[in-house]
Design a protein around this ligand. Structure first.
Ligand code: ADP
Length: 259
C-alpha cells in the first residue's frame, strides 16, 4: 500500500485535520519487479553468448596453438550460432522498444508476403543447428501470399519456432504449417513439448511474462517473444491462439486477413 498524507491548517495556524490517502500499488510494484528481473535476465542473456564467442575466439587465436581443421570448424560453428542468438535477442529488444515508443507496431507493408517460404527457410536454419527435433513443413501448394510486413512476420515465425524447440527438451516432432480460405490464412507451429497449464494461458502473451517452472529457470528467455508475436499479429489485423496440454505439447496458431 502507498500512503500519502497532507496536514490541514486552519486560519489560526493550528493543525485541524490530516487527510490521508491509501493507494493499492500492487500493480506498480509488480511492474517494477518485472522490470528488474527483465534487466538482469537480458544482461545475463547478452553476457552468455558474448562470453562463449570470446572464449572460442581467443582459444583459436592463441599464437602457440596448432588446431586441426575439425576443431577450427566446430569452434567457428559455435561462434556463428552464438552470434545468431545475439542477433535474435537484439532484434526482439529493438522491436519491443519501438512498440513502446510508437505506442504500437508500425508496419512496412508489402503485398506479397509468403508465410510458407518464410517458414521453410526458418526451419532450414534451425535444422542446421540441431538434430534433436524432427521438423515437418506442411502447406498446401497453392498457399497464397498476403499483405504484411515480411521482416516482422519472420520474427513471429522465428519466435514460435524457437519456443517450440526450447520447450520440447526431449525432442519430438515440430510441425509448421498453414491453411487458408477465401478471407484469411492460418499459420501454426505444433510441438510435442512440456505444454502450458490452462491457468497460465491468459498470461503468456504479456510482456516479460515467463511461466514459473523448472524448465524456464534453466532455459534462455526474456519473456518478450510471445508479447512481440501477439503485437505483430494484432497489427496485421489478425488473431493469435494457443491450444496446449501439459506433457503432450502445444500448438500456436495465428490467422491474418488476406485483404
Ligand atoms: P521466453 O523468452 O520465456 O521464451 P515467451 O514470451 O516467448 O518468453 O514465452 C512466454 C512463456 O510461455 C515461456 O516462458 C514459456 O513458459 C511459455 N511458452 C511459450 N511457448 C511455449 C511452448 N511452445 N511450449 C511450452 N511453453 C511455452
Amino acid at each position: 500500500v502507498g500512503i500519502t498524507y497532507a496536514p490541514l491548517f486552519g486560519q489560526d495556524g493550528k493543525l485541524h485535520n490530516i487527510i490521508g490517502n491509501l493507494r493499492d500499488i500492487t500493480n506498480f510494484r509488480r511492474a517494477q519487479e518485472m522490470q528488474n528481473v527483465f534487466i538482469s535476465t537480458v544482461s545475463h542473456e547478452l553476457r552468455t553468448p558474448v562470453a562463449l564467442i570470446k572464449g572460442y575466439a581467443s582459444t583459436l587465436t592463441r599464437p602457440d596453438a596448432k588446431w586441426n581443421e575439425d576443431i577450427v570448424r566446430n569452434s567457428l560453428g559455435v561462434i556463428e550460432e552464438e552470434a545468431d542468438r545475439l542477433t535474435v535477442l537484439i532484434d526482439d529488444l529493438l522491436t519491443a522498444s519501438k512498440i513502446q515508443a510508437e505506442h504500437g507496431v508500425r508496419l512496412r507493408l508489402a503485398d506479397d508476403v509468403r508465410l510458407d517460404i518464410l517458414a521453410a527457410s526458418a526451419v532450414e536454419r534451425q535444422r542446421m543447428q540441431t538434430d534433436k527435433h524432427t521438423f515437418v513443413v506442411s502447406f498446401p501448394s497453392d498457399f497464397p501470399a498476403i499483405p504484411g510486413d515480411a521482416t516482422l512476420l519472420r520474427q513471429v515465425i522465428d519466435n514460435l519456432l524457437t519456443n517450440a524447440m526450447k520447450y520440447s527438451p526431449r525432442g519430438g516432432t515440430i510441425t509448421v504449417g498453414g491453411r487458408f480460405n477465401e478471407d484469411s490464412v492460418t499459420f501454426f507451429v505444433r510441438d510435442e513439448g512440456i505444454g502450458i497449464p490452462e491457468s497460465e494461458l491468459p498470461n503468456i502473451f504479456s510482456r516479460f511474462y515467463r511461466v514459473d517452472n523448472k524448465l524456464t529457470t534453466t532455459t534462455k528467455g526474456t519473456g518478450l517473444g510471445l508479447y512481440l508475436v501477439k503485437s505483430i499479429v494484432d497489427a496485421h489485423g489478425g488473431t493469435i491462439n494457443v491450444k496446449s496440454q501439459p506433457d503432450y505439447g502445444s500448438t500456436f496458431y495465428f490467422t491474418i486477413p488476406r485483404d
